[in-house]
Design a protein around this ligand. Sequence first.
Ligand code: PGA
Ligand code: ZN
Length: 427
Amino acid sequence: TIQSILGRRVWDSRGNPTVEAEVTLTDGSIGRAIAPSGASRGEREAIELRDGGERLGGKDVSRAVANVNGPIAARLRGMPAADQAGVDAAMLALDGTPLKTELGGNAIVAVSLAILHAAAASARLPLWRYLADGHDATPTIPLPEIQIFGGGAHAGRRVDIQDFMIMVPGADDLEEVMEVTNAVYHAAGRLMEARGGAVGVADEGGWWPTVSTNEEALELLVQAIEAAGEVPGERVVISLDVAASEFERDGRYILGLDGLELDSGEWLERLGNWVDRYPIVSIEDPASERDPEGMRAFTARWGDRLQIVGDDYLVTNARLIEAAADAGGCNASLIKVNQAGTVTETIEALRASQERGFGTLVSARSGETEDVSICHLAAGLDAGQLKVGSFARSERMAKWNECLRFQGQAGMGAFVGGRPIGGTWWG
Ligand code: PGA
Ligand code: ZN
C-alpha cells in the first residue's frame, strides 16, 4: 500500500531540471524514478510541464514537482502499489487532459515508474522479473541499437539526419556487442580527429559530425566500421533515425546541410537510394509525423527489407500503433515511457505492437539520467531491442551496464541476436 509520495527536482544529462518521484509503501519498500526529456518530440506525446518565464531558461519544473507532492500524492495514498493500472488510471482521471498538460507528463511518468519500482521491491523481485511475471512474458536481453554520430536536434542541426547507429544482430551475446561497439565508436572518433578541428560529442554521446553532406556521415560510419576490422553489412549493420519531422515544413523536406528542398516522393527516393548503397537494416521516422502517406509509401517500397520504426509517428500510443499496422505505415515501434506518460499505457503500446507482429525498441530520450528503468522494461517484457544513445557518457553507459547485469541471472532468457527484425534482411 502506498504510504507516501515525494517529488523532488533533480537534473538531467543536459543540465536541465527534471522530476524525481520517490514512493514509500507501508511495508517499507521504496521505489524511485526520474522523468527523462526529449528534444525532438512528437506532436502527440505527453507534455512536459515546465514553469516558463525567466528562471532557469523557463525550464524549471517546480509546478510539476508540486503536483507530485500535492494532488498526486493525496490521490494515490492508500492505493495498492501492485495495481499499476489502477494508480495510472487514477492519475489520468485527476489530470483529465489528452496530453497530460494539467499535472504534467513529467510528473505523472516519474510517479508511475516509481510505483512500479516500489511494487517490485515489495515483491522482492528485480524489476525485469516482476514485469515478466506480471505480464506472462519470457524475459530476454535486448539487442542494442547504438549511436555513433549524433545529429539533428541533438547536435545543433549540424547534419539533418539525427542518429547514425550500428547494430550487431549476429552477436552471440551482449559482451560481443559491447566489444564491437567499443571498436567502432573509437575508430569513428579517430576518423573525426584525423579530419582536424575540435572533436566533440552530441547530446547522446555520439560524435559531433564535422561533415559537409548528410551522406558523408554515412560514408564515415562505413569507414569507422571498416577501421574497426569489420566488414560493413556482415557482423555490423547500420541503422538510422531520420527524425524527419524535424526538417519537414509544409510538406517539404529541407535538408539544410545538403542545400536541398524536396517533396515527400523526392526525399524518400533519395533515402531509398542510400538503402541501396549502404548496409542499412533499420530506419526510424523516414517521413514526418505530418506525412503518413510518406510513411506508407516508404513501407510499401522497403518494408520487406528494412525495419521501419515509428517514433514521432506513433508516440507510444496503442491506438496509433494499431492504425499504423492497418495502414501499413511502418513495421516496428519505438517505445518511450514518457511519450505515453504512464507505465500502463506504455505496456499497452508494446503489447499492441507485439500483437501486430511489429518489432519493438524500448528507447531512452536525448535528455536522460542515471535512471535505468527502461532496461528492465525492455528485458522483462521481451521487447527485443533497446536504444539508449551512444557508447559514452554515464547516463547512456548506465543503461548498457544494467543490461550486462542481466546476464546469467536465474530466469533471464537469452540475448536477442539473430531474431528477424522487421523484414527478411537477417538470417
Ligand atoms: P528525443 O529524440 O529524445 O530528443 O526526442 C530521440 C529520438 O528521436 O529517438
Ligand atoms: Zn526518433
